[in-house]
Every structure is written in structure tokens, then in C-alpha cells.
Design a protein. Structure first.
Length: 253
């Protein structure tokens, strides 16, 4: 039977919550100010001999996220290569139908502040020859069913609806509705914005590792965003493991 190795990245410790309390045989390795934890998740499964979890909180922004993803990948052994990288955390809503606690699973992500015009069209990532990165169909499907099943069983009471769609990443905390309106005109179908997802997606894609980005709405990226975000995070940190647990249970079945 084979092993499963899942990598979990969040920007903040609160978004990883008390995940470490659910792992055994934990070891950690420091790279400067970044600490990567690896442990075993002792959930009985018929499909895998063991489930290894590596986790790290990266810090805010695309540079920190890229650095953490790169370190995470190079820290994994050839014996247990990473099967999929999951980035979870909070996001600001762009789609006005989305409310706090709604979950957005990225179909695609875009670095909305990438702009090398006139040499390339707006949002285009020259290294990948595209402007939107597409998440692994297989892992996304498993993740979506995992969350939906948990929700239907009443295991994710705090959480709202689950939607799939485009998530935008940029080095900016958005608290300006006008900026959002302009951005959504340029990015059809944009659901939510955050500051790390598409950076991790780029690193993972270039390294040939599947990735999944899951975001929970904390604010509406308007003038109340900073306050809503801070208040939400205080509650979310007690629930972030529930979401990760639901995902891990579903994908390891
Ligand atoms: N993450 C959560 N809320 C956000 C916002 N308003 N802007 C950027 N990233 C966010």
C-alpha cells in the first residue's frame, strides 16, 4: 500500500489552527525564520499505509508564499514526495453573493497585479505562457466532494456555501470597493481576492505538483474589510482545523 503526503500552507498560523495537535511523530526543520513541520495523521484508511502531512505558515504576500512553497517542496524526501499542495485561508469576497464563512474552491487563480504590458498582455505569466493557472481536476474534485459531504453530514456547521471559481492574488489588502469593481470588469467571473494563492500555484505548477486553493470569506474587501477580517480571524482560528479535517478525511478515503 502506498503512502500519501499532503502539504498544507496558510499565510497565518490562525488559518492552520490546531492542526499540529492532530498529528503524531512531529518533526520540524527551520530555514531562517520559516519552520516546516512534518507529522503523521493517524486516521485509519484502507487506501494508504500512512498519511504524511507537512505544514507551514508562510507569512503574507506572494514572495513569502512562494518562498514557503519552494522550501516545502525541497524539504520533502524522494521517498515520500508531496502528492498535492493545499493552500487554505481567508479571502475577501468579490462576488456580492458571497458572505462570511462561504467557501471558495479555486477552479483557476490569477496574479491580478502581474502586468508586463506592452511586452505581454495584462496578467500574463511569461514563465508559464498563460494568465490563469488551472487547479488539478482530480484533486479539486476530491476536495469539493470532501467539503460537500462533510457539510451534508453537519460537520461544518460554521461554514456556509461552497462555490468553485476564479480567485485573484495580489500584494495588496483590498479595502476599496471601487478597486474591486474595476478589477472584476477586467477579470470575468472573479469570486474572491487574497494575497498568496496564485503564487503558490505558480511554484507548484512549475515544480510539477498538483495544487488546490481553498478560501473562506472573511470580509467584502470594502471599507469595513480590516475590522471584519480581524474579528473573523479570531473565530476562524478555532474552526480552521474542521475544514482541513473534512478535506483530509475526504481525500484519503
Ligand atoms: N484576505 C482576506 N481579506 C482580504 C482582503 N480584503 N484583501 C486581500 N486579501 C484578503
Amino acid at each position: 500500500m502506498r503512502h500519501l503526503h499532503i502539504a498544507l500552507i496558510s499565510a497565518m498560523r490562525e488559518e492552520i489552527g490546531n492542526t499540529l495537535n492532530h498529528l503524531n511523530d512531529i518533526s520540524s526543520k527551520k530555514f531562517g525564520d520559516l519552520e516546516i513541520y512534518t507529522g503523521k495523521w493517524d486516521n485509519k484508511t484502507d487506501n494508504f499505509q500512512s498519511i504524511f502531512i507537512s505544514l507551514v505558515w508562510s507569512g503574507w504576500g506572494k514572495v513569502s508564499a512562494s518562498r514557503a512553497a519552494t522550501r516545502l517542496i525541497s524539504n520533502s524526501s524522494n521517498e515520500h514526495p508531496i502528492d498535492c499542495i493545499f493552500f487554505t485561508g481567508v479571502a475577501g469576497a468579490v462576488d456580492s453573493k458571497l458572505k462570511q464563512w462561504d467557501v471558495v474552491l479555486a477552479d483557476k487563480v490569477v496574479q491580478y497585479d502581474m502586468d508586463a504590458r506592452p511586452l505581454f498582455k495584462r496578467f500574463y505569466i511569461p514563465a508559464l505562457n498563460l494568465d490563469r493557472l488551472t487547479s488539478s481536476e482530480e484533486w479539486k474534485k476530491k476536495t469539493y466532494s470532501a467539503i460537500l459531504n462533510a457539510k451534508n453530514k453537519g460537520l461544518l456547521e460554521e461554514f456556509g456555501s461552497i462555490t468553485k471559481g476564479l480567485i485573484g492574488t495580489g500584494d495588496r489588502f483590498i479595502s476599496d470597493q471601487n478597486f474591486l469593481v474595476e478589477l472584476s470588469k477586467d477579470l470575468n467571473g472573479l469570486k474572491a481576492i487574497e494575497m498568496e494563492g496564485a503564487a503558490v500555484a505558480q511554484v507548484a505548477s512549475q515544480e510539477g505538483i498538483p495544487w488546490v486553493i481553498i478560501r473562506v470569506i472573511s470580509d467584502e474587501a470594502n471599507s469595513d474589510a480590516a475590522q471584519n477580517f480581524s474579528e473573523f480571524l479570531e473565530i476562524y482560528k478555532k474552526n480552521s482545523w474542521d475544514l482541513l479535517n473534512a478535506i483530509l478525511l475526504g481525500i484519503s478515503k
